[in-house]
Design a protein. Sequence first.
Length: 269
Amino acid sequence: MRTVKHEPFSYNDAISLANLVIQCFYDGNDEFDMFWDDSIDEIAKKLTKPEKESLLHIYIDWIRSMLEDEIDNILNNVDPIDFQSIFDVMESTINQLGCKSYKKDYPNYAEIEKCGHCGNCRSCLKFQRYIVWLKTKSDEYSQQRIHAAFHVLMLNKAFLKDFHEVIAKAIQSDKVKLNSLYPNEINSHGIIKRSHWPVWLKKGIFFRDRGVCTLCRNPLSGDLFLGIDPDMDHIVPLALHGSNDSSNLQILCNKCNNKKDTIVVQQVP
């Protein structure tokens, strides 16, 4: 019998990081423009061909890195007494991701309070070693945190649509550079050639959408299967500068997909 290996998953952290990504995305386009400029060379390849690490993974990681920079400032400059609960939450999160608890002596916060956080006594040095351990383990488990947040965001179709509409605008704006990087996959108008869908992707999207057409909600498998083959559909169509990224896909029945294609043709300039 095949053994299924389950990846450790911190639900609270996944939801928290996913919410942070959504907040940053909708707060304004300046941060997204920074993300695009910082990551365009890495982004370009993922526009043309679906990979297990998607555009959404890159964006989550970029937001996480910004957050980690802020946390580093907090950890290095605050009174540990005021932020003890944050340290506890950080350790709890990495424990849920499979990391063993801190084995050495924990900082004695009462003693740190007495010394006024001098930075030189035995208790303060313990605290400094603990902070280094927290930061190291947080970096070590960053990919699991990103992947967990990705799974949460992949269920949010409204966000995915908005995210890829912004991606489409960026593709159109940077079409000359993208065409120079991948001339065989991205034409001079910024239109991307349709990709082949690997089996793992078809299964993943079908499972995510629960075997139901995204538009009409008719079942495409199981006891209520209507004999309608599912089509892999771009949430933001290629003709409107969508991409082949795995987070820009959904399943539709043939009827809904054909109807959508007709509407898209009318929208193309």
